[in-house]
Design a protein around this ligand. Sequence first.
Ligand code: UDX
Ligand code: UDX
Length: 447
Amino acid sequence: MKICCIGAGYVGGPTMAMIANKCHDIEVAVVDLNEERIAAWNSPSLPIYEPGLQEIVEERRGKNLFFSSEVKKYIKDADVIFISVGTPTKSYGIGAGQAAELGYVEGCARMIAEVCEGPKIVIEKSTVPVRTAEVIKSVFTGYDKGHLFEILSNPEFLAEGTAITDLDNPDRVLIGGDSTETGKKAVQTVVDIYNRWVPRENIITTNVWSSELSKLVANAFLAQRVSSINAISAVCEASGADVDEVANAIGKDSRIGPKFLKSSVGFGGSCFQKDILNLVYLCEHFGLADVAEYWHQVIKINEYQRKRFTRKIIHSLYNTLKGKRIAVLGFAFKKDTNDTRESAAIYICRDFIEEGADIAVYDPQVDAEEIKGLTSEKVEVCGSAAEAVAGAHAVLVLTEWDEFKTLDYTALYESMVKPAHIFDGRNILDLAELEKIGFNAFGIGKA
Ligand code: UDX
Ligand code: UDX
C-alpha cells in the first residue's frame, strides 16, 4: 500500500512519520508545495520542533518515509491520499474573519482529480467545516471522476508539544465515511491501518458529517474550559481567591475533571480560535444566532484576558512604559513547540511596543526572524533568559517552558532595574518565593 499526504505541516509531518514508524510495509510520502519546507524535512534540522519527532523521522526516512515536492507524482501513485493543508480563517470577502479558507483544500481536490486515473481513498485530515466532503466530491464529479474516489474524514486530535505521544497512544481515532458498500470498505481500509497500534475499541467510525463536526466541537469544548477558568481568574483577583486553588478544588469533581483548567494569559495555537470562529459561522449560516453568540463569547473572553494582563502590567509600571525594557520569556503558544500561531505573546508584545517599551524576547525554540516578523524589527531577540532580563524593569513569562521554572531568579533580580516586576502569565512560578527575593510579583488569578 502507498500513502501520500499533501501538506508537510504540524499535522501532516508527525502523523505520517507515526504511520511509517508503525507500518514498515506501507510506503508513506509527505508532499508539499513549499520546497524549502520539504528540504528542511530532508535535512538534520526539521522545520518543526516536537519532542520525539526527530528520532522517528531519522529512523524511517529514506526507508518507507519520504518527503518530496513532486506533489503530482506521489498523488498519482498513492492508494490513500490524506489532505492536510492549512485551513486558516478567511481574511477577505464573505465570511471574512470567521469562515475557513477552503481554497487550499479545493486546490488539492482539483489536483487529485486531474492526475489520478485509478480508484483512491481521499481523506480529509485538515480541520474543515461540516460538509466539506461534499465540496471535494463535487469537484471530482466535475472532472467526471466521482466514481473513482471514496472521501473520508479522519480529523487529527494531536496537540502540539505532545504530538508523538498523542499519535502513539490516542484517546480515540475518528473515521467518518459513507454507509454505502464502497464507503464501508474504504473506512475498513483506514481502520486497519490505525489498528496496527491503536486498539479497535478506540477507533470510532461515524458518518462523514459527524466526524467533521466532532473535531470543531472538541476544540470548542476545550477552549471553552480555558475561557471559563480565565473568566474566573478575574473574579479571583477581585475577591482574594486563588485561581489555582479554585481549579484544583473544582477539578477533583470527577464530572468536571482536572484537565484544561490552567488559567493563563489566553489560549493560542492554530486551532482553537479558527475552529470556534468556524463553528460560529456555521451556526449563523444555519440561522442559529443565539448559539453563534454563545460560542463567540469563548473567543471574546480570550481577548479580554490578554488585554486584562497588559493593562495590569502597565498599571504596575506606573502607567508608563516609554523607554522601559521589558523582558519576555517564551514566545511559542505553549511549551515544547516552535509554533507561534495566535500566541498571546504576539498581541502582548504589540501592545507594549505601542506604549513605547523596548522589548527583549527569549524563547528556546522560536526563530529570531519569526519573532521580529510578528512584532517589530526593533525587538531584541536574545540567546538566553539572563541576556533578555539584564537591565529590564519587568519580566513577563508568557510560555510555560520547563527551563523557566528553574532559572536562578535571585541572579536575574540582581541584574534588573529596581523596583523589579515579574508577571507570570502561565501560573508556573512560586510567587511567594519571588516576592521574598524582592520582586513585585503578579500571576493571573492571584489576589
Ligand atoms: C493542520 C490542518 O491543516 C488544519 O486544518 C488544522 O486545523 C491544524 O492542523 P498544520 O499542519 O498545522 O495545519 O498547518 P501547516 O503547518 O501550515 O501545514 C500546512 C502545509 O500544507 C504547509 O506546509 C503548506 O506549504 C502546505 N500546502 C498548503 C500545500 O502543500 N499545498 C497547498 O495547496 C497549501
Ligand atoms: C488543540 C487540541 O488540544 C487538539 O486536540 C487539536 O487537535 C488541536 O488543537 P493545540 O492547539 O496543539 O491542540 O494545544 P493545546 O494543548 O490544546 O493548547 C491550546 C492553548 O490553550 C495553548 O495556548 C495552551 O497554553 C492553552 N491552555 C491549555 C491553557 O491556557 N490552559 C489549559 O489548561 C490548557
